[in-house]
Design a protein around this ligand. Sequence first.
Ligand SMILES: C[S@@+](CC[C@H](N)C(=O)[O-])C[C@H]1O[C@@H](n2cnc3c(N)ncnc32)[C@H](O)[C@@H]1O
Length: 217
Amino acid sequence: MSGTELAREAWSHKIKRRVRNAMGPWGVFIEGFVRNPVMVGSIVPSSRFTINRMLAPVDWGNCKLFVEYGPGVGTFCRPVLDRLARDGMLLVIDTNPLFIDYLRRTITDSRFRAVLGSAADVEDIVRQHGFEKADYVLSGLPFSTLPDGVGPAIAAATWRVIRQNGAFLVYQFTPRARDFMARHFRRIDNALEPLNVPPCFMYWGWKDAADGQVAND
Ligand SMILES: C[S@@+](CC[C@H](N)C(=O)[O-])C[C@H]1O[C@@H](n2cnc3c(N)ncnc32)[C@H](O)[C@@H]1O
């Protein structure tokens, strides 16, 4: 590469960095989407209406470990930390290094852990953080566009890792996520949040004590 080309590339990186910094989390989210549209699945982070509704059924007094899959730029992280007990932990898992790096730099709460990895490995990741089970798992994963087999593997691992009376909280732009959940969770509450771009389906899969360790373990 010639000196002029090198200078042009350095200049272009500088401009991109400035634009990204000026746009804050939006810039990082859009860059993450442009680099990997299939895995990110959406170009707009969740609305505050979705966040409040999704988190409303959580029993925060009995939540020591809250796990989130696909946090992106952390739209849910601050609202979860605001509700979480002082001795609780929020453990987030994302496959995109751009997002994990951004979250580690911007969220300094001592209850927060960000792991670069796949939600399919949630059981190992939870154990590595000193827990056997999670109280709640929240997912913003684009289930319908994940590679073959990944969605079912994540749903099965999630069922196993959640404690009795805990729940799997899922939001998505298509109702397909429910199919993955229904293989394990017998009781699934649902709602549609219109004030989101696009409107989003919400599901709460409950691991009732009566379910025990059912057949689809
Ligand atoms: C639609 S974005 C979620 C955005 C964010 N949670 C929000 O509320 O705005 C989906 C996220 O899932 C992540 N992702 C995709 N596949 C994953 C997997 N197997 N394990 C963990 N994260 C994954 C993507 O990198 C992306 O951050």
